[in-house]
Design a protein around this ligand. Structure first.
Ligand code: DX5
Ligand code: ZN
Length: 244
């Protein structure tokens, strides 16, 4: 795939629903990080039945971020249990080294951090050659200019609204101007995802600023009724309009 592709569906996993990039509808991307790790398949099935189409997978290596979450075996085990689009967020120091393993495990999309990519353009090309879409992620204080070498070739930009490594942190509202800046910089077929501290109090401001894809862990899986929480967040984001 190259920049400007119309979907981030894969040929390899074409039986799953397409996650359309062109004129994207607002999407929730529930984060598995806040699910019950002893009942992952059940938690995932519940949000799929409630209308989710994307599952955000937070991979942490204990090196790029000060926490370890899960990796390839968990993703491989979940793959046959759901048709959700697997949005892998690699918070790892060597994305080039591991991207292929995450695609083989069933990821439909790979996002890497610009802060650790020595050759980001080559990495985007590598991910596309693996048959999936590619995203680039910026930490809260990383300037938009840092992604200049790949901004035209990625399918998605992920902006952290907390410091990566842990769920349940407070939304950093200072990133909102950067959401607007990125929105202006991206084509309509490129998604703008925001990650961290998204809840019923913060999602509307992120949508108004121009984000179209919302990662939420605690605000979905941390509640007693994840499907209802997800639907409420989706409605708030839809209602906020956004700048698209
Ligand atoms: C943080 C992760 C997030 C996290 C979000 O490093 O990238 O995806 O799961 O969690 P909440 O929604 O609880 O802030
Ligand atoms: Zn994430």
């Amino acid at each position: 795939m190259t920049g400007g592709v119309t979907t981030i569906a894969t040929t390899q996993q074409s039986s799953r629903p397409e996650f359309r990039l062109v004129a994207p509808a607002i999407r929730m991307a529930p984060s598995l990080l806040s699910a019950d790790f002893a009942r992952l398949a059940e938690d995932v099935a519940a949000i799929e039945a409630a209308g989710a189409s994307v599952l955000h997978l937070d991979v942490m290596d204990g090196h790029f971020v000060p926490n370890i979450s899960f990796g390839v075996p968990v993703i491989r085990s979940l793959r046959p249990r759901t048709r959700l689009f697997f949005d892998a967020h690699l918070m790892i120091s060597e994305p080039m080294r591991y991207a292929e393993a995450f695609v083989k495990a069933g990821s439909d999309h790979i996002t890497f951090h610009i802060e650790v990519a020595d050759k980001p353009a080559a990495l985007v090309e590598h991910i596309h050659r693996l048959g999936v879409s590619a995203g680039v992620c910026l930490n809260p204080t990383t300037p938009v200019s840092a992604i200049e070498p790949v901004v035209a070739s990625v399918d998605l930009v992920l902006l952290m609204s907390v410091w990566p490594g842990f769920g349940g942190q407070k939304f950093i509202a200072d990133v909102l101007p950067k959401v607007g800046e990125l929105r202006k910089r991206l084509r309509p077929d490129q998604r703008l995802e925001i990650d961290g501290g998204i809840d019923e109090d913060t999602i509307a401001s992120a949508a108004q600023a121009g984000a179209d894809t919302f990662v939420a862990g605690t605000a979905i899986f941390g509640t007693s009724d994840p499907p209802a929480a997800m639907r409420r967040l989706q409605a708030l984001a839809d209602g906020a309009g956004g700048s698209r």
